[in-house]
Design a protein around this ligand. Sequence first.
Ligand code: FCB
Length: 495
Amino acid sequence: MLVSVVACSTASPATQTGVDAGGDTSVTYSYPKGFLFGSATAAFQVEKGLTASDWSAWARTKGKIVGDGHPDTGGPDALAHVDDDVKLLVDSKQNAYRFSIEWSRIYPTRESFDRNEPVAEAVAAYDGLITKLVAAKIAPMVTLHHFSMPSWLSDVTKSNEPQGWERPETSTLFAEFARRMAARWGKHVDLWITINEPLNVALGGYVQGSFPPGVLLDVPRALALVKAEARAHALAFDAIHEADTVDADGDGKAAMVSVALHQRTFHALDPNESVDVEAADRVRRLWNLWFANAIVRGDFDDEFDLSYDGPNDKKADPTLVKRADFLGFNYYSDTLVSATRGIILPVIKAAIYQANLETDRPKSDFGWDIHPDGLGVVLDELAPYGLPLIITENGLADASDNNRARFLAEHLVQVGQALQRGVDVRGYMHWALIDNFEWASGFCPKFGFASYNSSGTRTARPSLDVYRSIIESNSLAETRVAAMPAYKSATEFCR
Ligand code: FCB
């Protein structure tokens, strides 16, 4: 990796105040040297031929995916289009790419894992991608678990039995997988994400039932899973540091390891109801802070009651503390919370609403509120952990590309403003480089900077050129953002 994540300046970026043609005072943001401007994808969402993953079995189960979509039939087939995707990154001047290495592709069976016999074609495919990225001076950021789990650890037909992270052996096997991947690719990779969105894995799989293993409304099981993921992350963090001893970018650190949290803003469904206001704050602290408290401070809230004085709670637990070199987080939108209306979940004692909110904000094709200010809020919320911050995902479903350029620019303004406040932001990864399989929602939401046709040919959307110009000039003027076309709120939504 040639772009340094730790060596970049933590000082506020240069901000010029000027006078534009209309006589208005304007602010122009620029970003620190070495700032990572990238895009993101995940293996199961963009690759084909993943037959040994729980998500593959899940997606083949009738009725689980909108339109019964499956990445094998209609996906962008990224491993067959590495050159095309690297070209999209190069042409748009991006210097980072976040993608995941699929455990079940490398080790499709328990026997292959136990014998450490990785599939040669799988290793060659990721070798090809990583080598091409490095040759193009694009820093690879590798995620090791992005929702999908080998089917030898997660059986979607047996949701009443422990699956995935619930199985006691999973965390040590995952740490071993992480160790092997770090040993193999550490000479090129300095940026590692262990688990993507640990809370969403639990919410999707055990509350909403939309992810494997498809359990509905079992909050205690979901919370037990989150605890297992925290422990698995810590083990994998240690394993990566043991195995990746090569400083690929010469910044003095061989590996920078984190998770990709999913941060949101939270508001009361009814702001006049004090119980809703209290519930929104409670859910915010659990959703946004529980995991960071565990892996940064070692503060482990066993009962999820927001106290650290229960019988199994821990402060500064040596097995968890300081297991993040930076905080990676995905940010998309706002959540409304009610203590009285809707499905009141046990333990958190609230109902949560994430789509089609009754707000006057514009909506994406997915029904998510477009809420750039929230990025500034969550950056400020994570700043006190004292670690560099990297936005590992941010984007919107926008098939027409009407809104993506303004969305991107307004979020980068939030980053610029946070930098001015002294928040140590080191990078921004847009979700996604290319349209892809959006989990239970299939292929309807179009998150990509580029679309693809049935033969796999990529077509960049106009917003990618806006990203290119911001990166190339390292400059974003508020007047430019103000002149962009207003948002067109979607009126028909993907489910
Ligand atoms: C995030 C996921 C990512 C993608 C985006 C839209 O929660 O991490 O895989 O589905 O949402």
